[in-house]
Design a protein around this ligand. Structure first.
Ligand code: FES
Length: 149
């Protein structure tokens, strides 16, 4: 009987000694999640609205950067000199490699085989033959929205 009582108390003591460590670990994790949320200006999961438009950034970000990239949807948004918005795919139409924006030539460049595309998706240099897919894009209340579905 005494032995059983001893093991019960020892078990409770062991659990009690781990409780502050487990509590501290949970608290640290909660703090990191909070600070990550505060540092991010865009939601990590963007849900399309009823019309299928998804917010990809703000008009201010577009003005400051010259473009907006949505890596989840593989698209890039530009505002041309006539203040019109264009959104095109960042997937090369040759064999599907990812394109990079080149500020020096104002073009989307494919490092796989050297194709180049204009900001409206037209082919500037092959081997790609087809223009990039384009998306409907609009500006509402300082947000840039693209119809991805
Ligand atoms: Fe882009 Fe070939 S995949 S040029």
């Amino acid at each position: 009987m005494r032995r059983r009582k001893f093991f019960n108390w020892a078990g409770i003591g062991l659990l009690a000694s781990y409780f502050p460590i487990a509590l501290a670990a949970c608290s640290q994790e909660a703090r990191e999640e909070t600070s990550g949320t505060e540092a991010t200006t865009k939601p990590t999961t963007q849900i399309p609205d009823a019309d299928g438009y998804t917010t990809v950034g703000t008009a201010q970000e577009l003005t400051e950067n010259g473009y907006l990239i949505d890596s989840k949807s593989n698209l890039i948004v530009f505002r041309n000199s006539n203040n019109n918005l264009t959104a095109v795919s960042t997937v090369c139409t040759h064999q599907g490699c990812k394109l990079d924006w080149k500020n020096t030539s104002n073009s989307l460049f494919c490092s796989c085989h050297g194709s180049e595309f204009a900001s409206d998706g037209k082919v500037l240099n092959g081997p790609a033959q087809s223009p990039l897919s384009s998306f409907e894009v609009k500006e509402e209340q300082e947000s840039i929205l693209v119809k991805v579905s």
